[in-house]
Write a protein that binds this ligand. Structure first.
Ligand code: MN3
Length: 384
């Protein structure tokens, strides 16, 4: 009899959250849902709570508390509201693992609280490591907490490292699909629309990450995420465009040998691996067929046209608050693009201007990062 893992899902109404619930539903002998949190989707939270019967649910939007509370009245489920409540429920005794699947900077505070309480993290919120990689990784180390990557590229690296013990990484290659605008020129990108940017060729994801994929900022954020997860130097991280999204990333060891992890693009696989680690559990996910993909191809990313990738590499190399400022400006820029306030090519412009107007500081305490995030959002908004 295996002990069932008690799982908290932060951001259960989103793309990763709903796919995680599908994984848990398919494996009731392995997992139990203990906590669900959403930002504002009360209807879906209620539906999920009735189905999975967690011990507690939180809705960040306090105006929806009564709706959720009334709907779940007859059930033995504790209902809370507000972002502070999310920071508290992640510390509940019964939890074994916390899946952080909320969008953007909002993931930082609850992730810190969960690590402080000694909970292992299944990390789907890459912004947390981009903003506060140093802080998060050293806190996790001091608390003996494991951070299991859910991002498909990082899950691939993590899987390639299984059994390698202390063998050193020479280099990693993060693969990128190139997004919907791969091959387009700057001139052609002038007039691309929100609808076009939201159509990712291979992966089904939320709006924010889909726009990040179109600008290549997603890959830039993943480069920084990889630096912290695997303790790498900037020159050990490279990006290669692989339009089929079958090879999810590659590790090159010091003897020159390379290991790659591959499979059909389906986020349920890395989610399940992170939740079940170190075990692999049986799944009925569609299997890869070589004959459907007679060619796997690779090219260099177009860094001149898609400037966000180099902005992220530079922010990582300089360090200090640069990645935090980059992330905040990007969140404002993506939101503005989704509201038709700026064009696609103005996204990197806004980020670059914000980086030049917010002073760098070496301080990476939580207080200084919170201040840098706040200032960067104000500066980015003033530039709109
Ligand atoms: Mn990814």
């Amino acid at each position: 009899m295996i002990q069932k893992k008690q799982v908290a899902i932060l951001g259960s109404s989103g793309s990763i959250g709903t796919q995680a619930l599908a994984v848990i539903e398919a494996n009731p002998q392995h997992f139990e849902v203990a906590v669900l949190t959403v930002n504002s989707n009360a209807a879906l939270l209620i539906e999920q709570a009735r189905k999975f019967l967690p011990n507690a649910v939180v809705i960040a939007d306090e105006s929806k508390y009564a709706t959720v509370k009334n709907a779940l009245e007859a059930l033995p489920i504790k209902v809370y509201a507000g972002s502070k409540a999310i920071e508290q429920v992640v510390q509940m005794d019964e939890l074994d693992i916390v899946l952080t699947a909320m969008v953007g900077y909002a993931g930082l505070a609850p992730t810190i609280k969960a690590i402080e309480a000694g909970k292992n993290i299944a990390l789907a919120n890459k912004e947390t490591l981009v903003v506060a990689g140093q802080l998060i990784t050293s806190l996790a180390q001091s608390k003996g907490v494991n951070i299991y990557p859910v991002d498909s590229e990082h899950s691939a690296i993590f899987q390639c490292l299984a059994g390698e013990w202390n063998n050193k990484i020479e280099k990693i290659y993060l693969t990128a699909s190139g997004g919907p605008f791969r091959g387009k020129t700057t001139d052609e990108l002038k007039s691309v629309t929100k609808a076009q940017a939201l159509k990712h060729p291979n992966w089904t994801m939320g709006a924010k990450i889909t726009i990040d994929s179109a600008t290549l900022m997603n890959k830039g954020l993943e480069v920084i995420e990889a630096k912290w997860l695997f303790q790498l130097q900037p020159e050990q991280i490279d990006v290669i465009v692989h339009p089929q999204s079958i090879i999810h990333s590659i590790v090159q060891f010091t003897d020159g040998s390379m290991k790659a992890q591959m499979g059909l693009p389906d986020m349920k696989l890395p989610i399940q691996y992170a939740l079940a680690y170190p075990n692999r559990i049986v799944s009925d996910f569609p299997r890869f067929n070589f004959l459907d993909y007679p060619q796997l191809t690779f090219n260099q990313p177009d860094r001149k046209t898609f400037r966000c990738l180099d902005l992220a590499f530079e922010a990582m190399a300089v360090g200090g608050n640069r990645p935090c400022v980059l992330n905040a400006a990007n969140e404002i820029a993506v939101a503005a693009f989704l509201e038709d306030k700026i064009s696609f090519l103005q996204i990197p412009e806004l980020i670059e201007k914000t980086l030049s107007q917010v002073e760098n500081s070496a301080g990476t305490t939580l207080e200084s990062l919170v201040a840098a995030d706040f200032e960067s959002r104000a500066v980015a908004n003033s530039l709109l």
